[in-house]
Design a protein around this ligand. Structure first.
Ligand code: DHB
Length: 470
């Protein structure tokens, strides 16, 4: 009898494509169940392996045994994220990333994950929080359970994702082997294995949702105009329309309240800068934590300037003798502009992706902060605080009960307005303060997006994973 969830090396399709002008041959293992009791057809994964690993060959210094296992996800907007493959034309696809990863010699595992709109055949929601992380962990367990069967080194798993997908990547890295999801994993028949991982790559991660509204107003308070793109999916393609407006008087009042709430939250985190100095905020929202973000933005502007970019095209940036002399916080924010209304995430009318994420089996959406619930514009329920905390990577960085990934690469575009800069800075700083290996930057001019610097990402991975040559 075959062992359930055992990877079968004999069932594959061979493919050959040209990547960066060179022939790349790989084997594709498609549509593999990663749990024994799936509740949604999306709960399958694809495995892609460079062909040389089946003939004792090497790619980029890696072998069948040493190759890193790269696990990108396709989740955006907390929607379902289907398993991906090279050449996938759908707008959510990261097929190009998969090809680049294969050409670097990585084994790629792309798992389909449930999302906030997933439903059972009976019409009940099946992908509300925490389904996305339960599925991600089940996929990781599948890979680790198949150590020695799936090519690659299961002790070198690196997750990757953008936005909501970046949040999944970060959460997987922070919450290794936590008890919280165990019952859900058992119910799905997940493989008996651990789910801690080696490293995290996260782009513009929209996370720390219970504090994201306050962080957003700390940053954008006083900016009344908002403008954003509305996305609708038509025939599997994303359609964009621009919408804009002004905050109402009530929204401006809520903005003041939320801004004030951020300051004690930030101060209680007791974050430290690289020299061990405390990062704090004063009652007016200024202080060392804000200057710390300023410094990251200035370093980013300097890097762009040195590479030949005209950084003075961006509002608030002053250059003197080839150096970025100053960055005016208010002018800079005015330049990039406010995207969201108030509250930005726990929307009063339950219209945000996050309220939908916290829906339940029967409810399309719920509030997830007491602040949002108390000010709801519609009849609404409040999600359990323990659930909200369970999908926040920060929770695990203070609990000391998990196996946290050792290596983190966090990127958040300097022109990204989907969440406050404070959110990725808090994550990166907390990790640094815990003594973990963190590579963090706010790349200049980048809007809300990911996978834009794959050569640098893969260099980072290679430095960590390539066997020593001496
Ligand atoms: C995403 C973007 C958002 O602004 C948000 O609130 C949640 C998710 C995304 O792109 O995944």
């Amino acid at each position: 009898m075959t062992t359930p969830l055992r990877f079968d090396e004999t069932h594959y399709q061979s493919a050959q494509v040209t990547v960066n002008g060179r022939a790349l041959r790989y084997r594709a293992f498609l549509g593999l169940d990663y749990v024994t009791i799936p509740v949604d057809a999306i709960q399958q994964l694809n495995v892609f392996v460079p062909e040389p690993y089946f003939n004792s060959g090497q790619v980029n210094g890696y072998t069948r045994v040493t190759a890193p296992i790269f696990m990108p996800n396709t989740v955006g907007g907390y929607l379902p994220g289907p398993r991906d493959f090279p050449g996938n034309q759908a707008s959510f696809s990261r097929g190009a990333t998969i090809l680049q990863a294969l050409s670097r010699g990585y084994v790629v595992v792309s798992a389909g994950l449930r999302g906030r709109t997933s439903k059972t055949s009976q019409g009940e929601y099946s992908g509300k929080a925490p389904a996305f992380i339960v599925d991600m962990k089940a996929a990781i367990r599948y890979v680790k359970f198949n150590a020695g069967w799936i090519p690659g080194n299961p002790d070198r798993i690196i997750t990757n994702g953008t936005s909501a997908g970046g949040a999944i990547s970060a959460l997987a890295g922070a919450s290794g082997n936590t008890d919280f999801f165990e019952t859900a994993l058992q119910a799905l028949g997940a493989a008996p294995a651990t789910d801690d991982i080696f490293a995290v790559s996260a782009y513009c991660s929209v996370h720390n949702l219970e504090h994201a509204d306050a962080a957003y107003e700390w940053q954008f308070n006083g900016l009344i105009d908002w403008h954003q793109q509305r996305y609708t999916v038509v025939n599997n393609q994303v359609k964009r329309t621009s919408i804009s407006g002004e905050l109402t008087a009530n929204e401006q009042q809520l903005s003041n309240e939320l801004k004030s709430a951020f300051i004690p939250y930030l101060n209680h985190l007791e974050l430290k800068d690289h020299a061990g100095n405390p990062l704090q905020l004063q009652a007016d929202g200024s202080g060392s934590f804000r200057r710390f973000i300023d410094d990251y933005l200035t370093v980013s502007a300097q890097r762009a300037l040195s590479a030949g970019a005209d950084v003075t095209a961006v509002q608030g940036v002053k250059v003197n003798n080839g150096r970025v002399a100053s960055l005016d916080w208010s002018a800079y924010l005015q330049g990039i502009g406010r995207m969201k209304r108030v509250p930005a995430f726990d929307a009063r009318d339950l219209s945000s992706p996050e309220t939908a994420l916290f829906g339940s089996r029967l409810l399309a959406a719920r509030h997830f902060t007491a602040f949002g619930q108390e000010r709801s514009a519609v009849p609404a329920q409040l999600a359990d605080a323990s659930l909200v905390a369970a999908i926040n990577p920060l929770t695990y960085l203070t609990s000391h009960q998990c196996q946290i990934a050792q290596h983190w690469r966090i990127r958040h575009g300097a022109a990204d307005r989907d969440t406050s800069f404070a959110i990725p800075v808090i994550l990166a700083t907390k990790l640094q303060n815990l003594g973990l290996d963190v590579d963090f930057a706010l790349p200049w001019g980048r809007p809300h997006s990911g996978d834009y610097d794959l050569p640098e990402l893969f260099e980072w991975i290679d430095k960590l994973c390539q066997p020593a040559t001496e």
